[in-house]
Design a protein. Structure first.
Length: 336
DNA sequence: CTGGTCTCCTGATCGC
DNA sequence: TGCGATCAGGAGACCA
């Protein structure tokens, strides 16, 4: 599922196709995928211009898991959210006539909107960008302008600071606004934008923080560790092209390789990479949460060295006080 | 205001 | 081999 790293990678793979390109045509196949600001409700009376028709794209911007395509000066802005299964794919097309002439044998019923763009006006530079989202948790949110996007309470105004560059002080200040457990707090996009279920588990694991820990009980060094873990994990994931569980693809249709580096998410029942304790799973904040009950204890007491150490690289070796346990031979396959 | 639960969706997977 | 039940989860809606 697309979280910050996947959206950032998607942005980077879309930019070469979109920035500076003119939108020649927009084909909307499902009207209700265009939604009203701050809502999932379908927007009524959608105008092609609000879907960027005719615009020359100036840039793409991202905050957290949200992406936006910015039209020319003072032009429309289209907010995009991939939800669980959304993707944006680019396909080259030689000639528009050919594009128009090509009637696919059967149109993919999950493709909800298509943009035909041209980078230099020549037919050979045309491309088709498609928004596909089987589950339709994602959608398109038109905004009148950049200012509207940033100030509209249904737009990015409700999002917290971006997780990719979050510092310890800011993270602490934001999460102290809630009494929810750390896991739930991290998933709250209004507090910090961009952390989803996968990276919340990964960051808490890397920082050695129990998912049920209360923000008010964390010590300064833990905020430092957590902020560093969030940044480094996100960065590493972006460089790997994100995490593909099932649906995520970048603009070129490529899947992400970061899944291979997951140390907590999806590893319930498997051995902790640091101490070999069997990872546990629980539902916290309505989300499946995987953690190590040894590395992520609710309290580490006063022994500072007992905390797993965080390094700038990811994955990082365990450097706690106790030697990692040897993996016991298993007689049967472990399960949840 | 806050936090917990429900809901929207489809496809993959599982048990029988 | 087929099929119904179950699960996954981002985030707004809704309610106590």
């Amino acid at each position: 599922m697309p979280e910050l790293p996947e959206i950032e990678h998607l942005k980077r793979t879309l930019e070469p196709w979109l920035v500076g390109a003119q939108v020649l045509e927009v084909r909307l196949h499902r009207r209700d995928i265009v939604r009203r600001a701050g809502s999932r409700q379908a927007m009524r009376g959608v105008k092609p211009a609000s879907l960027l028709k005719g615009e020359t794209i100036e840039k793409l911007i991202r905050r957290g898991k949200s992406l936006a395509i910015v039209g020319g000066a003072g032009g429309a802005v289209l907010g995009l959210h991939m939800g669980m299964t959304g993707s944006m794919l680019v396909a080259e097309s030689q000639h528009r006539s050919e594009v128009r002439g090509q009637r696919p044998a059967r149109r993919d019923r999950h493709v909800h909107c298509e943009w035909i763009v041209s980078r230099d006006g020549s037919p050979s530079s045309e491309a088709i960008v498609t928004f596909r989202d089987p589950r339709r948790f994602g959608g398109l949110w038109p905004f009148a302008s950049l200012d509207d996007l940033y100030t509209n309470p249904g737009g990015w105004a409700r999002l917290g600071p971006d997780a990719l560059t979050i510092d310890a002080m800011t993270l602490r200040e934001r999460l102290l606004r809630t009494r929810q457990p750390m896991k739930a707090a991290l998933l709250n996009q209004a507090l910090v934008a961009g952390v989803g279920n996968i990276y919340a588990d990964e960051a808490l694991f890397a920082a050695g923080i129990h998912p049920l820990a209360t923000p008010r009980r964390l010590r300064d060094v833990q905020w430092q560790d957590l902020a560093a873990a969030i940044r480094s994990i996100m960065q590493a994931a972006i460089e790997s092209g994100g995490s593909t569980l099932r649906d995520y693809r970048d603009a070129g249709g490529r899947s992400g390789a970061f899944t291979l580096q997951h140390q907590a998410y999806g590893r319930s029942g498997e051995a902790c990479v640091r101490c070999s304790t069997t990872l546990r799973s629980a539902v916290i904040g309505q989300r499946t949460t995987v953690f190590c009950s040894y590395c992520q204890r609710r309290s580490f007491g006063k022994r500072e060295a007992a905390r797993p150490e965080i390094s700038a690289s990811y994955p990082q070796p365990f450097r706690g006080t106790r030697e990692p346990r040897l993996i016991e031979p298993v007689l049967s396959v472990t399960g949840d």
